[in-house]
Design a protein around this ligand. Structure first.
Ligand code: PGA
Ligand code: ZN
Length: 426
């Protein structure tokens, strides 16, 4: 049973305060969790509660969320069994009483929810992936490695937020990381040789001053070939345009090119890119409110390309259910802090399975050393994980955790590889 819960302020990878929660259970086991934070957030995400007191952390303090954990949540949860994740999460949801967890704060609730899961795993002396996933958990996800950053994650003119490489041709997760790292370093050399900056953005990818997606993709293609790998067969490509960020009432506004694309032109542009490059996955190709655009994209590309909904679903069971009914996307991005509890995250994962949607477990652009999502990805056999580039410890911590899990699984480990994308390529 839970005998102690304590929260504190800590820092995320952008130097902003975030919530850290520690949960103690009888017998001495302990769980610790840190909450991530997004920059290009969806409109319907659970609320990240911040103090707004401009005298502390420029208004970004989280003392209110910390205090919610140390008082109301602590009082409600002390004495409950840490292995009763569903009960604990439901108790918090009921206590909060709002649709978007805005009273207590989703950052408060997620910190507790994750720390409880860690404490339960520790008291069973199991790694988190095994505690949550049981004996079926054995799939190591394809890492979607974000090697060029743009949009809200960098100060270059690239409108698209993420350019990712997927080492689908590897035969293990460790080999996938090796391939990815080789491409990452080759790309660095090529950017330098062309006179570009190799400083990195929020997710550890390069942030060169490039203006268009093809310019970025050409650099990546050349780096893959120079590494001696086969584009498509060994390394596939993926995009997260994060289109809600540059969608306006007039259409999709591209600053880099200085032009406006209608929803129809946006779909054709993405289709053109998917034809010209080995792109197997496009996330948020359309804006969160452009449901008609999403449907057009699905008709045009849904049979040949994974279309991942991030902002349009916000890891929210209700939005996801409506989206499935409207045939929006064929895969979902899962971010624990968009919804705020482990149980609701697991529910969304089950829904995705039921609807034959692909699943990408995901970090946020503001991260910490917490590696819970690596375990969650394996627990739910997600097949894909998006957790940034191969630099910055907040990103590599998740990859290193997955390398460890692969060793823990030993001969039972299965690397998802090309199979991860099969559902979207009939
Ligand atoms: P965010 O970006 O964490 O800044 O929202 C990640 C994403 O859009 O996938
Ligand atoms: Zn996204």
């Amino acid at each position: 049973n839970i005998i102690g819960i304590a929260a504190h302020e800590a820092l995320d990878s952008r130097g902003n305060p975030t919530v850290e929660v520690e949960v103690h259970v009888e017998g001495g086991a302990r769980g610790l969790a840190l909450v991530p934070s997004g920059a290009s957030t969806g409109r319907h995400e659970a609320l990240e509660r911040r103090d707004g007191d401009l005298k502390r952390y420029l208004g970004k303090g989280v003392l209110g969320a910390v205090s919610a954990v140390n008082n109301e949540l602590r009082d409600a949860l002390l004495g409950l069994g840490a292995d009763q994740q569903a009960l604990i999460d439901q108790t918090m949801i009921d206590l909060d009483g709002t649709q978007y967890k805005s009273r207590l704060g989703a950052n408060a609730m997620l910190g507790v929810s994750l720390a409880v899961a860690h404490a339960a795993a520790a008291s069973r002396r199991l790694p988190l992936w095994q505690h949550l996933g049981g004996v079926q958990a054995q799939v190591l996800p394809v890492p979607m490695i974000n090697i060029i950053n743009g949009g809200a994650h960098a100060d270059n003119p690239l409108d698209f937020q993420e350019f990712m490489i997927l080492p689908v041709g590897a035969d293990s997760f460790a080999e996938a990381i090796r391939m990815g790292a080789e491409v990452f370093h080759t790309l660095r050399g090529a950017l330098l040789a062309a006179g570009h900056s190799v400083n990195v953005g929020d997710e550890g990818g390069f942030a060169p001053v490039l203006r268009t997606a093809p310019e970025a993709l050409d650099f990546i293609m050349a780096a893959i070939e120079q590494t001696g790998l086969r584009p498509g067969a060994d390394i596939a490509l993926a995009l997260d345009p994060a289109a809600s960020e540059f969608h306006t009432d007039q259409g999709y506004r591209y600053q880099g090119e200085g032009l406006l694309r209608s929803a129809g032109q946006q779909v054709e542009y993405l289709a053109e890119l998917a034809r010209a490059y080995p792109i197997v996955s496009i996330e948020d190709g359309m804006a969160e409110d452009d449901h008609t655009g999403w449907q057009t994209l699905g008709t045009r590309l849904g049979k040949s390309c994974q279309l991942v909904g991030d902002d349009v679903f916000c890891t929210n069971p209700d939005l996801f259910e409506a989206g499935i009914a409207q045939d929006i996307a064929n895969a979902i991005l899962v971010k624990v802090n968009q919804i705020g509890t482990v149980s609701e995250t697991l529910r969304v994962l089950r829904m995705a399975r039921g609807a034959s949607y692909g699943v990408v477990m995901s970090h946020r652009s503001g991260e910490t050393e917490d590696t819970s999502i690596a375990d969650l990805a394996v627990a739910a056999n997600c097949g894909m994980i998006k957790t940034g580039s191969l630099s910055r410890a907040d990103r590599t911590a998740k990859y290193n955790r997955l390398l460890r899990i692969e060793r823990e699984l030993g001969s039972a480990a299965v690397y998802a590889g090309h199979n991860a994308l099969r559902h979207s390529q009939q």
